[in-house]
Design a protein around this ligand. Structure first.
Ligand SMILES: [Zn+2]
Length: 277
């Protein structure tokens, strides 16, 4: 454990944080890329848009999975970052997760790089609606579906609110109420890019901070890795807390091979008194 080195690096610095799936595993959301990850084929945007049968299966699973995502609670790692923001240490959190657990834990400045499970967007006209509102409509179009599937059991919750269920062929999904276009969870899938203004916000958070802390990401995806490269190029020190190797290890001043919850709780203990004093 390189806890003392990590504390020494971040002491007296205003810290931007980048989080990935590893911070949410202690909340029961599996990490597709972690060392203990289950086998999975993440959906691509092309699969979604090119097949009606695929969308039907997707929405049937999502109709079940999103409730589990909505009921998930933040853990000690999320709470530690919210505490550090209130103490003036953390400037904001850029997250690759769509689970909203930072917001639920009380973090205020959160940049949801890949969107969230709680909103739905029309690919045709850009109309957005809450996932909860869509849930009511899907429930009305498929009375009893969720209860029957729950009784079958065996539902595994994945990072994109997908869930495993066998019987989906009778499921009725809905198109955009404004233009009849395709509705999609407002989540960035493989093959899609993060919106420019979101990326700009995240760069600006990194630039206005004295350090970048990466927590629970292997930085496999460029959408997160670019902020580590940006910080390193500007001479802003980078600290990484992650179980297993990451793509940013060579750019890190300190790397701690650890789960997020204990290490972030340690940081909250050690750092929160310093800035507010
Ligand atoms: Zn539309």
């Amino acid at each position: 454990m390189e806890g003392p080195e990590l504390v020494a690096l971040l002491s007296g610095r205003r810290v931007a944080v980048l989080t990935g799936a590893g911070i949410s595993t202690d909340s029961g959301i599996p990490d597709y890329r972690g060392p203990d990850s289950p086998p999975a084929n993440p959906m691509t945007i092309r699969q979604f848009t090119s097949s009606r049968a695929y969308r039907q299966r997707y929405w049937a699973r999502n109709h079940l999975g999103w409730r589990h995502m909505a009921q998930t609670l933040p853990n000690a790692g999320h709470r530690a970052l919210a505490h550090l923001e209130r103490a003036g240490v953390v400037t904001g959190v850029i997250t690759q997760n769509v689970d909203l657990l930072h917001t639920k834990a009380g973090s205020r400045n959160v940049i949801n790089l890949h969107g969230t499970y709680a909103q739905v967007v029309c690919l045709g006209c850009g109309h957005t609606m809450s996932r909860a509102a869509l849930a009511d409509q899907l429930e009305a179009a498929n009375p009893g579906f969720a209860e029957r599937a729950e009784r079958l059991g065996g539902i595994a919750v994945a990072p994109d609110a997908d869930a495993v269920v066998a019987e989906t062929e009778s499921f009725r999904f809905l198109d955009c109420p404004a233009c009849d276009g395709m509705l999609k969870p407002d989540i960035v899938y493989f093959g899609e890019s993060v919106r420019k203004e979101i990326v700009a916000q995240a760069y600006s958070l990194v630039e206005s901070s004295d350090a970048l802390l990466v927590a629970g990401s292997s930085l496999t995806v460029f959408s997160g890795y670019r902020f580590v490269r940006h910080a390193a190029a500007l001479g802003i020190p980078v600290a990484i807390v992650n179980r297993g190797a990451t793509r940013g290890d060579d750019l890190a001043t300190v790397k701690v091979d650890s789960g997020c919850s204990p290490m972030l709780a340690l940081l909250a203990d050690e750092l929160s008194g310093l800035m507010s004093a």
